[in-house]
Design a protein around this ligand. Structure first.
Ligand code: NAP
Ligand code: HSE
Length: 431
């Protein structure tokens, strides 16, 4: 057996403690697969006296970054601290010190991708990030390696476990959003600041990473149009069910001849769509390529051991590369600048919920206005609510730019008190 490869772990919280557990539990399997034993040399935390879910030999824990980042015995640095700083500075220092890096940090990658990749490429080092998207689901390596024959047309994914858990519990148990969010936090699914989950920001970071890999394009966080789940109301969930759909927060990245479109938001998916069946903290990423057709990657999208499983797959990859002098063999540089589309150019159907006055002629006024923009209606539900009426419409496919213009005018109609919600219908292609 080869000499051990030494790892420095930055962070020992939810994910870090999972990494330690698996390295201890599956040491011999990992050594066999990597071709060398993997030894945890040092672990950096903020507070060395805090009780931990895992035990270490004396002298492994430290709160001094230099003792990990500057230790010449360490070959691979695993960053599972999260956030932009000091995680970014730690990764840069590790690369400058000639260490390969594994990270789960989508915040940092979505913000500083080009700079970090350039640094790793210049030094011929690995910068691997399988755990940054989809928790335990293998998606980064499949997308960049296994599907490399394809022109990827679209990536459509449930990429945030917290919001999928919240929407599932709201839909199946009729629970309140705030109550379920607390459960997701207690289970270790949410980000340290769960606003990033609820507002769609976490999903936006992940779909930006997937879009960059899928299309070889610069996709930055600010290129992603983002809507979170706070606007989703129990009534929308009920109407969606009645119409034969499920509401999910999805990330969608599509390459069109006009450019690349990347968005995150709640959408209605037909009940028979494979993503509609994804419950709880599970994630799934649906990829459409010109050769493979449709492929779906499914699994636990967050949590200690599933995420650590992806981190360790990167450690094994980094060890193999080290042993064959192939570190840095796959670095995602050379991304092209492609036009970023602010409005989708895809023709999609939309769900609209309007609060309207309860009198004759309202539906005719609304339908008439939409018709001026070439938008026709597929389904209409009208219900009395608290002395007013609620009008739920599903349009035939139309262009978002036309719908936006029509919605502005709808809000100004005397009969319309409020446009309560508007969600696209995704995944309606024949299957
Ligand atoms: P976490 O539970 O909050 O753990 C963070 C760890 O980093 C803690 O051990 C903390 O030390 C340490 N730390 C924080 N600031 C530090 C500093 N300035 N210096 C040294 N150590 C510091 O976070 P997590 O949930 O494991 O997430 C880690 C990363 O994985 C994030 O990038 C996250 O987005 C990503 N991720 C998480 C999940 C998930 O399911 N949780 C899934 C996929 C990806 P103390 O323990 O002493 O406080
Ligand atoms: N907060 C994230 C989620 C963790 O809920 O998906 C995994 O990246």
């Amino acid at each position: 057996m080869q000499e051990a490869v030494r790892v420095g772990l930055l962070g020992c919280g939810t994910v870090g403690s999972g990494v330690v557990k698996i390295l201890q539990q599956n040491a011999s399997i990992i050594a066999r697969r990597a071709g060398a034993p993997v030894m945890l040399e040092r672990v950096l935390v903020r507070d060395v006296n805090k009780p931990r879910a895992v035990d270490f030999p004396a002298g492994v824990l430290t709160d001094n970054p230099e003792e990990v980042l500057d230790d010449p015995k360490i070959d691979i640095i695993v960053e599972v601290i999260g956030g932009i700083e000091p995680a970014g500075a730690f990764i840069r220092r590790a690369l400058k010190n000639g260490k390969n890096v594994v990270t789960a940090n989508k915040d940092l990658l979505a913000a500083e991708w080009a700079d970090l990749m350039d640094l790793a490429e210049t030094r011929r080092l690995d910068l691997l990030f399988e755990a940054s998207v989809g928790g335990g689901i293998p998606i980064i390596r499949p997308l960049s390696e296994s599907l490399s024959a394809n022109r990827i047309e679209q990536v459509l994914g449930i990429v945030n476990g917290t919001t999928n858990y919240v929407l599932t519990e709201m839909s199946e148990q009729g629970k309140d959003m705030a109550e379920v969010l607390q459960e997701a936090i207690a289970r270790g699914y949410a980000e340290p600041d769960p606003t990033a989950d609820i507002t769609g920001l976490d999903a936006a970071r992940k779909i930006a990473i997937l879009g960059a890999i899928a299309f070889g394009a610069h996709v930055q966080l600010e290129d992603v149009s983002v809507t979170g789940i706070t606007s989703v109301n129990a009534r929308d969930i009920l109407y969606a069910k009645e119409l034969g759909y499920v509401i999910k927060l999805v990330g969608v990245a599509t390459e069109e001849p006009e450019g690349v479109e990347v968005r995150v938001g709640p959408v209605l998916l037909p009940k028979k769509h494979p993503l509609a069946a994804i419950r709880g903290v599970h994630n799934a990423i649906f990829v459409r390529g010109d050769a493979v057709g449709e492929a779906m990657f499914y699994g636990l999208g967050a949590g200690s051991l599933p995420t650590a499983s992806s981190v360790i797959s990167d450690i094994v990859e980094a060890v193999r590369n080290l042993r064959s002098s192939a570190s840095g063999r796959w670095i995602q540089t050379g991304l092209q600048r492609k036009p970023i589309l602010t409005h989708t150019v895809r023709s999609l159907a939309y769900y609209l919920r309007l609060e309207v006055t309860d009198r004759p002629g309202v539906l005719a006024a609304v339908a008439g206005l939409l018709a001026e923009y070439g938008i026709s209606l597929r389904t209409v539900i009208q219900r009395p609510v608290d002395g007013k009426a609620e009008l739920v419409l599903v349009t035939h496919p139309c262009l978002a730019i036309h719908l936006d213009d029509a919605m502005q005018r709808l809000s100004g109609l005397a009969e319309v008190e409020r446009v309560a919600n508007c969600f696209a219908l995704e995944g309606e292609e024949e299957r």
